[in-house]
Design a protein around this ligand. Structure first.
Ligand code: PBG
Length: 324
């Protein structure tokens, strides 16, 4: 009989001992802060469904990035909201595009902040889908060329890492290929490898103005009911050259994070997405939860499940908490 010899509570009696035997440690190095850059000047527009997050113009995002860096957050993820959208998402791969400008403005001010760019067409397409649309279908292969050009233009502008989030088949291979043939063989790729067709992206689509004008994303993003398929997606992306693989969303997909961590030997990232952020913010606003305790518990759980890195809109608050 293990009891009374074994008493797990013995190790919980003293705070110092609890700290000594803690299995999971969240640190600022784990966190990546997503940011939205928009056209104009002096613009700082709060996203109503994501309190504390802003659409920032190029000048403002450069200032905000300095704050992020000073807090000790190692990296940001950039999303662009272009002035003009069209059927081929031209601003996504233009050297004068909004993200390209933002990268330069940020890099002019700070060199040690890692700038990761989201590579996807949905914010730049008039119809809001992540690929070229023909007769109501989202075309895979013709989209690959646009994604490759977008990734290359980000690298040329000074991005440190590119992160394709479109879920077209074969995109990691074409992006690796175009980067390598343009002397960017040292730029890593974070692949949104297991990205689910999730309702948790709702607030993001307000933030990035990228709601599809028809249909949904189920023909390219994964079915939330599927677990084994995530391993297949990750295996393919690693084979094609992904350096880091991501699971998205995070909270409802901890089993997926864990499976991937157990199966593969590349770093795993989790994306704590907009809807997860908004739920916490809303409940906190109503006084129903203790916001920072919930945030720290959630982020720690993602790490415990196996995430080496966490993309989170809570990054600035979390780091302040960690530095207390
Ligand atoms: C673009 C993209 C999306 C998110 C990240 N990249 C939206 C989508 O796929 O609809 C969601 C991020 C979030 O909800 O925080 N494809």
């Amino acid at each position: 009989m293990p009891f009374p010899i074994h008493r797990p509570r013995r190790l919980r009696q003293h705070k110092i001992i609890r700290d000594m035997v803690r299995e999971t440690h969240l640190t600022p190095d784990d966190l990546i802060y997503p940011m939205f850059v928009t056209f104009g000047k002096g613009t700082r527009k709060e996203i109503s469904s994501m309190p504390g997050c802003f659409q920032l113009s190029v000048d403002e995002i450069a200032k905000e990035a300095q704050k992020v860096h000073k807090l000790g957050i190692p990296a940001i993820l950039l999303f662009g909201i272009p002035e003009r959208k069209d059927e081929r998402g031209s601003e996504a791969y233009s050297s004068k595009g909004i993200v390209q400008k933002a990268i330069k403005a940020i890099k002019d001010k700070i060199t040690e902040l890692i700038v990761i760019t989201d590579v996807c067409m949905c914010e730049y397409m008039s119809h809001g889908h992540c690929g070229i649309v023909k007769k109501g279908k989202i075309l895979n292969d013709p989209t690959l060329d646009l994604l490759a050009r977008e990734a290359l233009s980000h690298a040329k502008a000074g991005a440190d890492i590119v992160a394709p989030s479109d879920m077209m088949d074969g995109r990691i291979a074409v992006i690796r290929d175009i980067l390598d043939s343009n002397n960017f063989e040292d730029i890593p790729i974070i692949s949104y490898a297991a990205k689910y067709a999730s309702a948790f992206y709702g607030p993001f689509r307000e933030a990035a103005e990228s709601t599809p004008s028809f249909g949904d994303r189920k023909s390219y993003q994964m079915d939330p009911a599927n677990r084994r398929e995530a391993l297949k997606e990750v295996a393919l992306d690693i084979e094609e050259g992904a350096d880091i693989v991501m699971v998205k969303p995070a909270m409802s997909y901890m089993d997926i994070i864990s499976d991937i961590k157990d199966t593969f030997d590349v770093p795993v990232a989790a994306y704590n997405v907009s809807g997860e952020y908004s739920m916490v913010k809303a409940a906190a606003k109503l006084g129903w939860i203790d916001e920072m305790k919930i945030v720290m518990e959630l982020l720690t759980s993602m790490k415990r499940a196996g995430a080496d890195l966490i993309f989170t809109y809570h990054a600035m608050d979390a780091v302040k908490q960690l530095n207390k």
